[in-house]
Design a protein around this ligand. Structure first.
Ligand SMILES: [Zn+2]
Length: 59
């Protein structure tokens, strides 16, 4: 079995974990229904529309 030769430092471990955080901002597009900026490929939180039809009922 493979055994680590050296103990990885606090910094090394933290750097490895920090490399997995999402750095890029979500891709924003305009909702065709209410023309507000929304995250693409998501149901619009304003009007509940997705692919030009209502999928989530809104009050
Ligand atoms: Zn909308």
């Amino acid at each position: 079995m493979g055994v680590p030769k050296r103990r990885s430092s606090k910094t090394r471990g933290r750097q490895r974990r920090a490399a997995n955080v999402n750095l890029e901002a979500p891709n924003l597009v305009e909702c065709p229904q209410c023309h507000v900026l929304i995250v693409s490929h998501r149901v619009c939180p304003e009007c509940g529309y997705y692919k030009n039809k209502e999928v989530v009922a809104k009050k």
